[in-house]
Design a protein around this ligand. Structure first.
Ligand SMILES: C[S@@+](CC[C@H](N)C(=O)[O-])C[C@H]1O[C@@H](n2cnc3c(N)ncnc32)[C@H](O)[C@@H]1O
Length: 279
């Protein structure tokens, strides 16, 4: 069951997309003085050495992180800021930051961070990375079920990042039921859910199922990096419920540039997004 190791994929096109929007979402949410709860239900190891071990085997980061680093010419401000952030983060630790480390670098002392990671080795690495920091709690338990006990947070402000590997077919259903439960407890939180573009039925219907669960504002965005195919991922997307306002301008500005930067083929696949307003 726990065959998936995120290190093989660290810094790839999907990481770049999800980390870009996680960065900008948190960057906006911390502008308000009230403490924020950040929950990462599928946290991974927290940081990855791209030059050795699993990450060096297929070098998937060449199709993501490396594309951003070697991009020439002026970039939209939102992408340039993310690039500067990644450069600073990597020069501080020598590692590509996973979502927990990205969040930790943006969040303030008063913001609580809660990470779930099931894989025993990645859990150990993650726990050691934060080394008992008092704002951080790391659980070696199921993030889908752990999430509900944290909601609603005392400050009534939260950002929840749900980033499963979808290696198990049951993950699709679990994403839906845990969002249903989370919204029932706390409908005003920001929920960021990553999903792969795959031919399989569950992947094709997940986006609309998630959007239909929420009566407030939401958005989805997708980038296709290659032709749709029967086997394997050909891009990925995010559904964001109660998205930060800043994404209204960042998505149209940045998404076409990211799509062009990350594509695997000459052909350009136009990225798609749709804001859904509160009913
Ligand atoms: C896509 S990776 C996470 C990457 C990470 N969010 C990042 O952006 O750096 C998914 C992780 O979830 C872990 N995992 C799988 N099922 C889980 C579950 N039910 N609860 C918590 N972690 C789980 C896997 O071991 C894997 O490390």
């Amino acid at each position: 069951m726990l065959g998936y190791r995120h290190a093989f994929h660290a810094g790839n096109h999907a990481d770049l997309l999800k980390h870009f929007f996680l960065f900008h979402s948190l960057d906006y949410l911390i502008q308000k003085d009230v403490p924020l709860l950040y929950v990462d239900t599928h946290a991974g190891a927290g940081a990855y050495d791209l030059s050795s071990g699993y990450a060096a085997q297929n070098e998937e980061w060449q199709g993501g992180y490396q594309r951003l680093m070697s991009s020439q010419g002026p970039l939209p401000q939102s992408i340039q800021r993310f690039k500067n952030f990644l450069e600073a983060s990597i020069s501080a630790s020598g590692m590509y930051p996973g979502s927990p480390l990205i969040a930790d670098r943006i969040l303030r002392e008063k913001d609580r961070r809660v990470f779930f990671e099931l894989h025993p080795a990645d859990y150990e690495t993650l726990k050691n990375l934060f080394n008992g920091a008092k704002q951080v709690t790391v659980f070696n338990t199921d993030g889908f079920t752990g999430l509900k006990a944290l909601l609603p947070p005392p400050s009534r402000r939260a950002c929840v990042f749900i980033d499963p590997s979808y290696e198990l077919a049951s993950d699709y259903e679990k994403v839906i039921t845990s969002i249903q439960e989370a919204l029932r407890r706390f409908a005003t939180g920001t929920y960021i859910i990553w999903y792969p573009l795959l031919a399989r039925e569950e992947a094709r219907t997940l986006r609309e199922s998630l959007l239909s669960l929420h009566r407030g504002n939401s958005v989805y965005l997708e980038i296709q990096i290659s032709k749709a195919r029967e086997r394997g991922m050909f891009g990925s997307g995010l559904v964001i419920l109660n998205p930060p306002w800043s994404l209204q301008s960042i998505i149209p500005e940045a998404l076409p540039v990211l799509a062009d930067m990350l594509k695997e083929e000459q052909e350009i696949y136009l990225p798609t997004y749709r804001f859904v307003r509160e009913l």
